[in-house]
Design a protein around this ligand. Structure first.
Ligand code: IVH
Length: 669
């Protein structure tokens, strides 16, 4: 075969396979057998191997994924990913309709769509090709998961047809169909792993996996419901989605253009029952004003569009038997009761356990063993018990009692006056607490230690090689290498990563210490304000309370943490081996007092900075970021898409409104 012939054959096969992919995964109307498809794929792979000069990342053969992505890079969304406000009743829909009517002339239409309960994704297409795919993240920036999304057969790598804008964004939901979900869970249980709680978690976990070839094997699906960009084909959202379908996107066929609220309500009613027949999970109906011009008139609040709303279905209930209650001890020592139930089908998944949260809930429910209980699944990962069917209680049934001693180490449990949870106070000697603290310390958002996971920590602990966080830094290569399933290569990787963790910025070290109530954001705030571990250690309860965003619970917990000798010893050790215990010199030098005494509010989206970055800048220069406008506000920094009500209020109160650029000048003067 000549080079030219090969090229032609490769292109023909790619087109043909992509066509079959589309028919199979998007239209669900396969035209050839799986076997024939595989044969054609093999032929293509063979040719591509023989003629590597024709490599194309968009070839259907690349959907299986091969290279290992190390970790995901965070990228800023071109347009922030807002959420929808939720309503639960017909009355709230009537209110929504009235708000819309007030602002629009008559003659508008609504589009009703299924509200897919998966992982939202934003994809950019340029020149008809998938450029990048990013998770929602915090709405402003998300993880770049393009490599993984490329493996999803329902996502077109190259668009079909014509008329699509040169560059545009499309948003939708990545879903794991129920049948795949159930199969994965069966396999996980067989392998001794924890099953996923629901398809959304499974989809999210899958999307974040480092190995795209495993992602490919998981058979994710994707439904698209939102086009953004200039030069969209039509002013009608509905029409645009029909076009998107022609370009090769999977758009739900259960979307309906409605004239007025009456039709909307009957659509909702239909789907409240019909939803159980779908292959994927939905948790409501999204109602959108169809015309893009009218959407623009309606605009946005800080969090969500005024032109759309989500009607959420009521959580489904099921009755089942309570067999027993087990008690789990977490990293902070908090003891969580978990109900073990007779398995029951609830909203498409089998439920065997339910969270009972704390002792008060058990008492309020008046739970007895073998009670018939009602379980409900809201948005939570694990369902909850909402009531007891007293008519079915056995007269001799024993009440469920909360344990008084730690199930792991036997220490008597304690409870703080202001808190609902019981704690095991043996934080330095209770195995799940120690292991939990170590796991938290090495986790991605903290020290991000490569090669160490829950299982390895378990093993190192069991072998007596680590007794607390500091033990990680005295591990020797031989000790790790001789462990089961590890070896020299893993040992090297772990040690290298531990060495590198000495460069991890202070705020993440602080987060990694696992102080109760000091999450990522609070750690950042403390690090920014107080700048070093010593100043945090020496801060009094009152001084901590002075800080914006630090409340009583956090302040109390921080003071308590630093009053424990063992914690001080740990910190001194970590300091002595070179972990970052203060913010970097560079950041210290950048600090000024240019915004001292100023209360600054930010609103909208910005071009140069993310909102988080602007907040950090305000902090860095001694200002205070506030969240609501009042007479005391010094400036409103206004970005794009700023809500009209905020602007109006600022004008009324005569508060200076400045742009992103003017803000920059303010701090660089
Ligand atoms: S439109 C500006 N349509 O629900 C908001 N969202 O709570 C644009 N979702 O983050 C979203 N199905 O992940 C839209 N048909 C649908 C949807 C949908 C599910 C998700 C989406 C969004 C969340 C909003």
């Amino acid at each position: 075969m000549t080079k030219n012939e090969a090229r032609q054959k490769i292109i023909a096969l790619r087109d043909e396979l992509e066509e079959h992919n589309y028919k199979y995964y998007v239209l669900s109307r396969p035209e050839i057998s799986d076997f024939d498809f595989d044969m054609k794929m093999k032929e293509l792979e063979k040719l591509e191997k023989e003629f590597p000069e024709f490599y194309d990342p968009n070839s259907p053969s690349q959907r299986v994924g091969s290279d290992l992505t190390k970790e995901f890079v965070q990228v800023k969304h071109e347009r922030p990913m807002l959420s929808l406000s939720n309503v639960y009743s017909e009355q709230e829909l009537i209110d929504f309709d009235q708000r819309v009517r007030k602002l629009l002339e008559t003659g508008f239409k609504y589009v009703c769509e299924l509200k897919f309960d998966g992982v939202s994704i934003s994809m950019i297409y340029e020149g008809g090709k998938l450029e990048r795919a990013v998770t929602r993240g915090d709405g402003e920036k998300g993880d770049n998961v393009t490599t993984n999304v490329r493996t999803i057969r329902a996502v077109p790598l190259k668009l079909r047809g014509s008329g699509f804008p040169a560059r545009f964004e499309v948003r939708g939901e990545i879903m794991l169909p129920f049948n795949v979900f159930n199969k994965i869970n069966e396999e996980r249980v067989k392998a001794g792993e924890m099953p996923f709680a629901n398809p959304r978690n499974a989809a999210s976990g899958t999307l974040k996996m480092q190995d795209p070839s495993i992602v490919a094997s998981r058979k994710l699906d994707a439904y698209l419901y939102y086009l953004l960009g200039e030069n969209l084909p039509s002013d009608s959202h509905y029409e645009n989605m029909q076009k998107a379908k022609e370009w090769g996107f999977k758009v739900s066929e259960h979307t309906k253009l409605c004239n007025g609220l009456g039709e909307v309500l009957s659509f909702i009613k239909t789907w409240d029952t019909k939803r159980y027949g779908l292959p994927v999970a939905i948790d409501g109906i999204v109602i959108k004003v169809d015309s893009l011009k009218m959407q623009e008139i309606l605009g946005y609040t800080a969090k969500s569009p005024r032109w759309a709303i989500a009607y959420k279905f009521k959580a489904e209930q099921a009755a089942t038997i309570l067999h027993s209650v087990s008690f789990q001890v977490g990293r902070t020592g908090a003891v969580t009761p978990v109900a073990n139930l007779e398995p029951v089908l609830l909203a498409g998944t089998t439920v065997k356990r339910a969270s009972l949260h704390n002792a008060d809930i058990i008492r309020n429910l008046g739970l007895h063993l073998n009670d018939t209980v009602f379980v409900e699944k809201g948005g939570e990962i694990i369902p909850k018990i909402t009531g007891v069917d007293l008519s079915k209680r056995h007269p001799m049934a024993a009440p469920v009692v909360f344990i008084t001693k730690c199930p792991e180490c036997g220490t008597p449990l304690e409870r703080k006056e202001s808190e609902a949870a019981y704690y095991c106070p043996n934080s330095q000697g209770c195995p799940p607490q120690i292991k939990g603290k170590i796991e938290h310390f090495i986790s991605r958002k903290a020290m991000d230690i490569d090669g160490l996971g829950q299982e390895t920590v378990d093993l190192l602990f069991k072998e007596g090689l680590i007794k607390d966080i500091s033990g990680l830094y005295t591990l020797r290569k031989e000790q790790i290498a001789r462990l089961e399933r590890l070896g020299e290569k893993s040992a090297n990787r772990i040690l290298k990563s531990l060495e590198e963790s000495k460069n991890v910025p202070f705020e993440r070290v602080l987060f990694g210490l696992g102080i109760r109530f000091v999450g990522e954001t609070v750690a950042k705030v403390l690090a920014n304000k107080l700048m070093s571990i010593d100043r945090i250690k020496n801060a009094t309860y009152e001084e901590l309370l002075e800080i914006n965003e630090i409340g009583e619970k956090i302040a109390e917990s921080v003071v308590e943490y630093f009053s424990d000798e063992e914690n001080i010893k740990l910190i001194e050790f970590l300091k002595s081996i070179g972990l970052q215990m203060e913010i970097s010199k560079e950041e210290q030098d950048n600090r000024t007092e240019k915004l001292k005494g100023l209360n600054i509010i930010i609103s909208g989206t910005f071009k140069k900075f993310s909102r988080e970055e602007i907040k950090n800048l305000i902090d860095l220069h001694g200002g205070r970021n506030v969240s609501s406008i009042s007479k005391k506000t010094s400036y409103l920094v206004a970005g794009e898409n700023i809500g009209p009500s905020k602007l109006e209020k600022a004008r009324q109160l005569n508060i200076p409104i400045i742009s992103e650029e003017e803000f920059e000048e303010l701090i660089s003067e």
